[in-house]
Design a protein around this ligand. Structure first.
Ligand SMILES: [Fe+2]
Length: 434
């Protein structure tokens, strides 16, 4: 590749691999699910969703389409927001209780990620934790294929329908961790933006900043050439660092966030904006699913680990809860101020994609220009003002850092080498922005 960012490095990777599902996007595509399932030779489907969606119109549409295609189904809806390993065990038992030959997941990231993990545990029975990297788990490779899987997102953020990644809370550690395998990539993604029509503004804001950060993190991630080469091409992780493919999809997703995020959040009737955000989330999923995220996601897991008496309006969750996109974005401006010096041109380009005011900017300003544009978008969409906005203070910095330092793969994907002191400094600089 003739781009300086991908200049060869000694012992570094020389190749990158791209893997995405067959994606269909558009209003009403949920009604195609029956024919898509038939094409994957599904006859008995495990239909994963959550209790809120279970009795709603999207699941009705999916059921009707399956009936029309002559495919039977059984619903599994015992999936909470922020699913954990115990939830996955239950879902795996459900899968093994029937003669299912396919899985369809309809929901947000929690539903799709639970389906991915449950399929692994049903096919290759082990506690799901064993598949997580040390020190959390044993780092076992997933031995082979799981079930044919059609993923149908109902929010515009997670991108999970296009990734081989599952994010789960490990109950014993009360912390979220990531595991990934090409075998967990869905076969088909049906992305129907009508699912976003009725979402409240705060959900669109949280998921929208998740998509924005997915795109920003993969555009500014460490270049794939700076990760070590792999001996076995089948073992090449899709969290392989920034690459020319993820750049393409991330750049467009950032433009969409810059143009439509504020509109989609602040006007429930703006279907043009919400449709665009759904497409942006899919693009960002295709991007970070082939590059990996970095520090904002790594640091978000400290936030969701240690959240205390924080309640969030608009979510059916009784336990302390900070929505994923909020937990990511509260540290993101401080993070990009820190990482900019390692890849100033990329940070400046990202700011431009987000429609920042680029008048008389230079590479030296790149972190500030990017952070400034993010803060502008946060203020226009009523996002909490940094860590203090979600209930943390200076005294929490050490514990947040101790928690997040365990996210080794994501921290290693930062364009700038990052240690414990750096993470403490980022958290400190993320306490408030205005
Ligand atoms: Fe995310």
């Amino acid at each position: 590749m003739a781009c300086q960012y991908y200049a060869p490095c000694e012992h570094g990777a020389e190749n990158f691999t791209i893997d995405i599902p067959k994606v269909t996007f558009g209003r009403g595509v949920l009604s195609e699910v029956g024919e898509r399932a038939k094409a994957l030779s599904m006859t008995q489907v495990a239909l994963f969703t959550d209790v809120i969606l279970e009795n709603g119109p999207y699941i009705d549409s999916v059921k009707q389409s399956l009936k029309d295609a002559g495919i039977s189904y059984v619903v599994f809806s015992d999936i909470r927001i922020e699913p954990d390993d115990v939830c996955v065990d239950d879902a795996a038992k459900f899968l093994n209780s029937g003669s299912f030959d396919g899985v369809i997941s309809v929901g947000g990231g929690s539903v799709i990620d639970t389906a991915k993990a449950a399929m692994v545990c049903a096919k290759y029975p082990r506690p799901v934790r064993d598949y997580f990297a040390p020190p959390v788990g044993e780092g076992l490779a997933i031995p082979g294929p799981v079930y044919p899987h059609i993923a149908c997102p109902t929010t515009a953020g997670t991108g999970s329908e296009c990734t081989s990644i599952s994010v789960l809370r490990i109950r014993e550690l009360n912390t979220k961790f990531v595991f990934a395998s090409p075998h967990m990539l869905p076969d088909v993604a049906l992305v129907d933006p009508t699912c976003c029509d009725s979402l409240p503004s705060n959900v669109v804001a949280s998921t929208g900043f998740d998509l924005l950060s997915h795109a920003l993190e993969c555009y500014t991630a460490k270049a794939y050439t700076r990760w070590g080469a792999v001996d076995n091409p089948n073992a090449r992780p899709l969290t392989q660092g920034a690459n020319p493919w993820s750049d393409l999809a991330a750049a467009k997703a950032l433009e969409i966030a810059g143009d439509y995020l504020v509109r989609g959040v602040n006007d429930v009737s703006d279907t043009e904006a919400r449709d665009q955000l759904m497409w942006g989330a899919t693009l960002a999923g295709m991007a970070f699913g082939n590059s990996g995220t970095h520090l904002p996601h790594a640091l978000s897991y400290g936030v969701t680990h240690l959240m205390n008496d924080i309640t969030t309006d608009g979510y059916a969750v009784k336990t302390p809860f900070v929505p994923h996109g909020i937990s990511v974005i509260v540290t993101a401006p401080a993070t990009f101020r820190y990482t900019a010096e390692a890849a100033p041109e990329r940070h400046l380009e990202a700011a431009q994609f987000l429609r920042a005011d680029m008048k008389s900017t230079t590479n030296n300003d790149s972190g500030e220009v990017l952070a400034g544009r993010m803060i502008e978008l946060m203020r226009e969409t009523n996002i909490p003002n940094g860590l203090q906005g979600v209930g943390f203070g200076e005294n929490d910095i050490r514990r947040l850092s101790d928690s997040s330092i365990r996210q080794t793969r994501a921290i290693g994907n930062s364009p700038r080498e990052t240690n414990m002191v750096d993470i403490e400094n980022i958290y400190n600089n993320a306490l408030s922005y205005w």
